[in-house]
Design a protein around this ligand. Structure first.
Ligand SMILES: Cc1ncc(COP(=O)(O)O)c(C=O)c1O
Length: 448
């Protein structure tokens, strides 16, 4: 047995961990991972949304080997750059919604969001608008964990760090099932979401807002697709006040919603696009800020004035990461992964929706290959379970016992299987989940 006492786990119930112990994973094949005792788990969460082409895709392994042999690592400061980093920037612009632009490399999604905020501050200061610094995101959104990206994240746990920082504002969450008022139609709800945003902008002063960041589908907030027409309404308001729209595509990017970008799925025309996760399918830490035409122009103007953009990460644009990203993108596009997401979507969503027949499933929701089941104590009133029941954790822990990895997110269970999942594997996911839910729900019922 490996001693893991020296590891400090993030996003983990540490008391629970003391009694349950960690799961040490050493191997993987396709969409399965294996622990140190050889127990096999189907990972219905693609690692953390990212391992979508399979944990052992031979082309990815070969690419890493070749790139390490050729040029094992270099930075992107002082105008230096490796060939794969140049090629990846070309590829990202080519597949982005922009006709031209620029790419800035980071090691993670958090750093990409953080970088973008600094970039907006930098541009505005050089444009003579130093007070245009406020950032709007939404309640329940997730944008990362650095001090800035955690300030953008709309989760209450960030108060543990005394966050958000000043000037980070959270508009209402467009989750119709949860936040609609009695008898409010979805159309009326969307309209109210727009009014909430516009009121916030007016209250703060439009001239003080630097940007609006949104995930096309909120991921770590519990897989929350926007209410009908939400982004049309939002984009109109942002245009009116000349506020840049930054699409945080860290989860949605590269096929998760059934299109290359979540922005395509929701007809979003972003000014900047944030990418990470699937960009290397989990084979390397890499994030990218992709600037559209207008932001590129403004950024270059500010940088010429200041002489440089005083920002960068030692390992940003790492040649191995960039070579792996080029390969992952090629696999996703040319091995028809997005087509597979679309083909599986009806099966996936149909099976999820069927769980709404169960007594404690309040809502089954999702799009593409991202979905969630939200559990409630009382379906009619949507009354949640008592926190002490830890319903999400219970289901996820029982899934683990049954060889299935899915993620608890508050009262919800999240599923985001890899893009290579077969129909047969999909039916294993849902039969295991069915067995698990029925067992946990009968236990919970006996608790009263
Ligand atoms: C939408 C979104 N943005 C940003 C991040 C942060 O990315 P990272 O964990 O790579 O810092 C995440 C992580 O899950 C995310 O889901």
């Amino acid at each position: 047995m490996i001693n893991t006492n020296n590891v400090l786990h993030g996003f983990t119930d540490l008391k629970n961990l003391d009694s349950l112990g960690p799961i040490v994973l050493n191997q993987a094949k396709g969409i399965y991972v294996y622990d140190q005792d050889g127990k096999k788990y189907l990972d219905a969460n693609s690692g953390l949304w990212n391992s979508v082409v399979g944990f052992d895709h031979p082309r990815m392994i070969e690419t890493a080997k070749k790139q390490y042999e050729k040029f094992s690592g270099y930075h992107a400061f002082f105008g230096r750059i490796s060939e794969p980093a140049v090629q990846l920037a070309d590829k990202l612009i080519e597949i982005s919604p922009f006709t031209s632009g620029k790419v800035f490399y980071t090691n993670s999604g958090s750093e990409a969001n953080d970088t973008t905020v600094k970039l907006l501050w930098f541009i505005n200061r050089r444009k003579g608008k130093p007070n245009r610094r406020k950032i709007i995101t939404r309640i329940n959104s997730y944008h990362g964990v650095t001090a800035v990206s955690a300030s953008m994240t709309g989760k209450p746990y960030n108060s543990e760090f005394g966050l958000p920082l000043d000037g980070f504002l959270h508009a209402a969450c467009p989750h119709y099932w949860k936040y609609a008022e009695p008898n409010e139609s979805e159309e009326e709800f969307t309209k109210r979401m727009g009014e909430d945003l516009e009121n916030l902008i007016q209250k703060e002063g439009p001239e003080t807002i630097a940007g609006f960041f949104a995930e096309p589908v909120m991921g770590a907030g519990g897989v929350i697709p926007p209410s009908q027409g939400y982004f049309d309404v939002v984009q109109k308001i942002l245009k009116k006040y000349d506020i840049p729209f930054i699409a945080d595509e860290v989860i949605c990017g590269f096929g998760r919603t059934g299109n290359l970008w979540g922005s395509q799925t929701y007809n979003i025309q972003p000014d900047i696009l944030i990418a990470s996760k699937c960009i290397t399918s989990g084979f390397f830490p890499l994030g990218a800020v992709i600037l559209g035409e207008k932001m590129t122009e403004e950024m270059m103007e500010a940088s010429y004035q200041a002489e440089e953009f005083f920002h960068g990460f030692t390992a940003g644009g790492h040649p191995v990461g960039c070579a792996l990203a080029l390969e992952a993108i090629d696999i996703i596009i040319n091995e028809k992964m997005i087509e597979n997401v679309r083909k599986l979507e009806p099966l996936f969503m149909g099976a999820l929706k069927k769980f709404e027949e169960l007594e404690f499933i309040g809502e089954a929701r999702g799009i593409g290959l991202m979905g969630a089941l939200e559990m409630v104590h009382d379906k009619k009133t949507k009354k949640p379970f008592d926190g002490s029941i830890s319903i999400g954790e219970r289901v996820a822990n029982q899934c683990i016992q049954n060889g299935l990895i899915c993620r608890p997110l508050g009262p919800s269970i999240v599923l985001c299987p890899p893009f290579i999942t077969s129909e047969e594997e999909m039916s294993i996911i849902f039969s295991t989940l069915d067995k698990t839910l029925r067992k946990v729900f009968s236990e919970v019922k006996s608790l009263g």
